[in-house]
Write a protein that binds this ligand. Structure first.
Ligand SMILES: Nc1ncnc2c1ncn2[C@@H]1O[C@H](COP(=O)(O)OP(=O)(O)OP(=O)(O)O)[C@@H](O)[C@H]1O
Ligand SMILES: [Mg+2]
Length: 246
């Protein structure tokens, strides 16, 4: 009945991969997992004309759910690869925050822990008046920010963390995506240092670059093991505290 929101300093930074690995990692530890995304853009149209979210597909695989639950995992699917606010205008669809919240609550209430992937960054517009942070606030979701050990990312990490906190969100910390321990040099290590020093928030894990097969195979068991070894899952669960999200 608990849930975590996953955001990132930028789009395409690995929210889906990290969320799916978190779900698989907690599942590896024996948790019953849910996954959710309030709206997905850039969805693929099947031969039957149905829109399918590739993000939802990976989230489902990570949590060990089935594609029959696709619409429970993501209530809105949009074809254009734009923020939902804009993609929905092109599709002539009105996105209702109430629909997103009701679907999220249903998923959260059905599982011990649910990983909720945001869309884009923390201030990405779901509608013109409803941003990702509003959805996370309404659902009382503590958030983890996915970052990458790249030049310039410390600035984006600090801005995202402060903005989220200013908007009333509890930020649990960061997960560094694409960590390469063997080749990590001054830049990468200094990023780790400054994420923590400048925000007072912990780095909760460092997910390595995963072989493609671990993400494209029939399940995420191996990815879950890697997540459990490289992300402090117990600490994340403890940080969620005693409160329920619903
Ligand atoms: N740790 C990783 N190992 C291997 N590939 C990764 C990893 N993290 C991300 N990728 C790849 O990088 C790309 C972007 O990742 P992902 O789709 O998770 O980003 P995102 O933040 O969810 O993007 P969006 O904002 O579109 O939802 C994908 O092709 C994904 O497979
Ligand atoms: Mg994604």
């Amino acid at each position: 009945m608990k849930a975590i929101g996953i955001t990132a300093t930028d789009t395409e930074f690995g929210k889906t991969v990290v969320s799916s690995c978190l779900a698989a990692g907690f599942k590896y530890l024996g948790f019953d997992m849910g996954v959710f995304k309030p709206a997905a853009s850039g969805c693929v149209r099947t031969a039957e004309g149905r829109l399918v979210s590739e993000d939802a597909e990976l989230l489902i695989k990570g949590a060990g759910l089935t594609m029959a639950q696709h619409d429970d995992v993501v209530p809105y699917v949009l074809e254009a690869a734009l923020a939902p606010a804009e993609a929905s205008k092109l599709a002539g669809v009105k996105l209702e925050p109430a629909v997103m919240k009701k679907a999220a609550a249903k998923m959260i209430n059905s599982h011990k822990l649910t990983v909720v992937e945001g869309v884009g960054g923390i201030s990405a517009p779901l509608t013109d008046n409803y941003l990702v942070k509003d959805f996370f606030c309404d659902m009382k979701l503590p958030v983890i920010i996915v970052v990458k050990p790249l030049l310039g990312n410390v600035n984006h990490a600090v801005l995202s963390a402060y903005y989220a906190q200013h908007e009333g969100l509890k930020v649990l910390g960061f997960i560094v995506n694409g960590w390469d321990e063997e080749n990590a040099g001054v830049l990468e290590h200094s990023n780790l240092y400054y994420y923590e020093k400048l925000t007072g928030l912990p780095v909760l894990g460092r997910l390595p670059v995963l072989n493609k097969e671990l993400l494209t195979g029939p399940d995420m068991l191996e990815a879950g093991k890697i997540a459990a070894e490289n992300i402090d899952l117990q600490r994340i669960y403890k940080l969620l505290g005693d409160g329920e999200n619903e």
